[in-house]
Write a protein that binds this ligand. Structure first.
Ligand SMILES: Cc1cc2nc3c(=O)[nH]c(=O)nc-3n(C[C@H](O)[C@H](O)[C@H](O)COP(=O)(O)OP(=O)(O)OC[C@H]3O[C@@H](n4cnc5c(N)ncnc54)[C@H](O)[C@@H]3O)c2cc1C
Length: 467
């Protein structure tokens, strides 16, 4: 009886898991395997931790939950840490394995890992499961992925369909008694310092498939917040202004198809409106960035982006540090950055504004911002992160101008300054009229030694008409 490995990578779930289902169909001895890959824990080019403490903790919880769920089905999870190819080589030196089932990745570092595993000369059966639309179902070859999102969306909506999800197995074969299962590491084992999520967080993110499915149930069927998604998605405070499903999508604790079919069920059983459609619309954005990454490969990491556009970028460390710490003196930027630093999450509205501020106002190399996000975000996803950063920096694939007027945005989306005051309590005494530009209240509050808040790094002329 031949033994096979199901190598879990960014699909840390038992639902809608093609690799697992395929292995189960064809083999009687299956060993689920996960390796905390060492290259995911190095430093980025600009010197940030590649995976910060929040994401590391979330990943650990996700792997623990996967192990628990596999045990419930009668199986288990072999866990290793280090160089994945070496760990698989060591494992297969002790246990004879005839095949590896895995999901194929498309990004530079992940591909480097999978290339090394391929060199082990064990047959690999790949699945593709991180996108809503299967790559084979696209209405065009990858190299013809449209330059503009709307064209891509219209194409897939008209000509492609979302596949059904794979059923969760009811039972799995046991993992042999002589197998060293290994242990799940702790955050400190990666040289990181554990950081509790600040209680002001929009959501107390916890990793794992169970949490992901619970969140979907809560946001869709318990609260029916999905019916109001389109109106509320630009919110900044609380857990329900948006789905927060990105937290579990990045490492596959939930599959995009599971969400899609959840929306379809909701539309049948509860309500179908613009909001329910809009969640799918946003998932198509996620797909778009994935397929753009696949089309352009490593170009998404280049300063000139996929547009090959040359701008003069600064690498001013001092200004960058102020941006990263939330000390630019521009409250809307600082509040969002502090939320990121203390919770590992930031709203989409916040991300757009801080990215625009860094690239358009400070003219700092967009890749520094992208790498900082990579380090801090729990939901860091290569394609969505680099795709959105390129897009905001004007080197991506959208013809529109992504210039954000921070003061106008702050007043529109945080009218009374509530969000800003959550993260910048030092501005509590400022009224709604000045909290987004406290420097204009020079005469009494601003500039006093007791106010520990800096003057703005920049003050573009065009802000002034919105004071
Ligand atoms: C500079 C910048 C960097 C970003 N980096 C990431 C990242 O690393 N990982 C990530 O998942 N998203 C990223 N986003 C996209 C977006 O901000 C997040 O997906 C969203 O805020 C997650 O919250 P949510 O799940 O509540 O989203 P919802 O509004 O509930 O949307 C549902 C889902 O749609 C997808 N989605 C929504 N907006 C986008 C978008 N603009 N691009 C791609 N997918 C989208 C996400 O998968 C999200 O979970 C980035 C956006 C910007 C502007």
């Amino acid at each position: 009886m031949s033994t096979v490995i199901v190598w879990f990578r960014k699909e840390l779930r038992i639902h809608d898991n093609e690799a697992l289902v395929k292995a189960l169909k064809q083999h009687e001895a299956i060993i689920p395997f996960y390796c905390f890959e060492e290259t995911e824990f190095g430093t980025t080019k600009f010197g940030f931790e590649k995976t910060g403490a929040f994401r590391a903790q979330f990943l650990i919880e996700s792997v623990q939950n996967l192990k628990d769920n596999l045990q419930k089905l009668g199986s288990d999870l072999v866990v290793r840490k280090g160089n994945t190819a070496e760990q698989i080589a060591r494992f297969t030196a002790e246990v004879e394995v005839s095949k590896i089932y895995a999901f194929k990745d498309i990004h530079k570092e992940e591909v480097a890992v999978q290339d090394k595993v391929e060199q082990l000369n064990i047959l690999i059966d790949y699945s593709f499961g991180s996108a809503l639309y299967h790559v084979k179902d696209l209405p065009h070859p990858i190299e013809d992925t449209p330059q503009v999102f709307t064209q891509f969306r219209k194409g897939v909506e008209k000509k492609s369909s979302v596949r059904a999800i794979f059923q969760t197995p009811e039972k799995l074969p046991t993992v042999g008694p002589n197998i060293d299962l290994g242990t799940i590491p702790k955050v400190e084992d990666f040289g990181l310092i554990e950081q509790p999520i600040d209680e002001r967080a929009a959501i107390m993110a916890k990793g794992g498939e169970d949490e992901a499915l619970k969140r979907l149930q809560h946001y869709f069927f318990e609260t029916e917040e999905l019916s109001y998604y389109k109106q509320k998605r630009n919110g900044l405070i609380g857990s329900n202004y948006s789905s927060k499903l990105s937290l579990w999508l990045w490492n596959g604790c939930i599959s995009p198809r599971q969400i899609y079919w959840g929306v379809k069920r909701y539309e049948k059983e509860v309500k179908s409106n613009q909001s329910t459609y809009w969640l799918i619309f946003e998932l198509i954005w996620r797909d778009y960035f994935k397929f753009i990454s696949l089309k352009y490969g490593n170009k998404i990491f280049c300063q000139k982006g996929i547009k090959n556009k040359v701008y003069k970028w600064s690498v001013d460390q001092k200004k960058f540090g102020q941006w990263a710490r939330g000390r630019t003196g521009v409250p809307f930027v600082d509040a969002n950055m502090r939320e990121l630093n203390q919770t590992g999450f930031m709203s989409n509205r916040g991300r757009q504004n801080v990215a625009s501020f860094l690239t358009n106002e400070l003219e700092i190399d967009w890749r520094m911002g992208a790498e900082y996000f990579e380090s801090k975000l729990i939901d860091y996803d290569v394609a969505s992160n680099y795709g959105n950063w390129m897009y905001n920096a004007g080197v991506g694939n959208d013809p529109r101008d992504r210039y954000f007027n921070i003061i106008l945005q702050a007043k529109r989306y945080d009218e009374k300054g509530k969000f800003v005051k959550i993260w910048l309590p030092e501005l509590a005494k400022f009224g709604a009229d000045t909290v987004h530009h406290p420097w204009t209240k020079q005469e009494d509050l601003f500039g006093k030694p007791e106010l520990d808040y800096p003057a703005p790094l920049v003050e573009p002329e065009y802000w002034k008409k919105h004071y």
